[in-house]
Design a protein around this ligand. Structure first.
Ligand code: NAP
Length: 253
């Protein structure tokens, strides 16, 4: 059990998959949660379900590729619940999966807008509030792709490497000011993203049997764990959920 009572969290990409699981876990441990994504109906429904279960939740439509929309989501969080203590930069895409020689430059660019600039936008907009308080936790959802190379994933690997670099840089700037910036590499997770990867058939990840993927709830629990003192060990780096020791510490084995 992790105690996040009194904390206020914003989760991007909360309309399904890992983001939805993170929002539900954060609420379960006492945080007030704002769900952000482009699919208004889904985040409203999930926020409604969290509220009905006795926790506090709100939703805000937000495309993380647009800085003004991210800044507005942070303002919504502070106006609704009085603070922002936890930011989960989770929104991410892998489509269009494509080999470089036939890739669409606009599609490649869009992935960078979401997976890289989206993370920067979140940090940029949330940090002034956290600095004022002298405390806060930012969890950037990373991937093995941040340090590995896979055919057809040049956009995704480059974007996750850049997100890891943002984790490192932000830690350098804010560690001494009380802000914990950590990355989380979840391994393969049973979400729509893995359905899309399987359909591409392009590299060894697409050949994996779906039974090897971990449930998104494990990632939601790990995000909450990283929001406690346990997260101190992962400041400025990626924590790997493939690590058995991490799984044991979180309690998801
Ligand atoms: P998913 O099921 O496809 O969900 C992606 C989420 O991101 C959705 O809620 C989507 O909501 C949101 N999103 C996409 N573009 C957005 C935008 N421009 N603005 C705001 N929200 C946006 O994928 P997932 O597996 O949960 O992925 C979540 C994160 O985990 C990603 O960063 C991904 O790279 C990472 N990850 C996943 C795996 C895996 O195996 N699944 C492994 C490693 C890392 P809307 O479409 O409603 O906006």
């Amino acid at each position: 059990m992790f105690d996040l009572t009194g904390q206020v969290a914003l989760v991007t990409g909360a309309s399904r998959g890992i983001g939805e699981a993170a929002a539900r876990s954060l609420a379960k441990y006492g945080a007030r949660v704002v769900l952000a994504a482009r699919s208004a109906g889904d985040i409203e429904r999930i926020a409604g379900e969290i509220t009905a279960s006795g926790s506090k939740a709100s939703s805000v439509t937000c495309d993380v590729a647009d800085y003004e929309e991210v800044a507005s989501a942070i303002r919504h969080t502070v106006e609704t619940f009085g603070a922002i203590d936890i930011l989960v930069n989770n929104a991410g895409v892998i489509e269009p999966i494509s080999r470089i020689e036939v890739s669409d430059p606009d599609g490649w660019d869009k992935v960078i807008d979401i997976n890289v600039k989206g993370v920067y936008h979140g940090i940029r907009a949330a940090v002034p509030h956290m600095l004022e308080k002298g405390a806060g936790t930012i969890v950037n959802i990373s991937s093995g792709a941040a340090t590995g190379a896979l055919e057809g994933w040049s956009h995704y690997c480059a974007s996750k490497a850049a997100a890891l670099s943002l984790t490192r840089c932000a830690d350098k700037e804010f560690r001494e000011k009380g802000i914990r910036v950590v990355g989380l590499s979840p391994g393969t997770v049973a979400t729509q993203m893995q359905v899309d990867i399987k359909a591409s058939g392009i590299n060894p990840v697409s050949q994996l049997d779906p039974s090897v993927h971990i449930p998104p709830e494990w990632v939601g629990e790990t995000i909450c764990w990283l929001c406690t003192e346990a997260g101190d060990d992962y400041r400025g780096t990626d924590c790997s959920l493939r690590d058995e020791g991490v799984r044991k510490a979180v309690g998801v084995i």
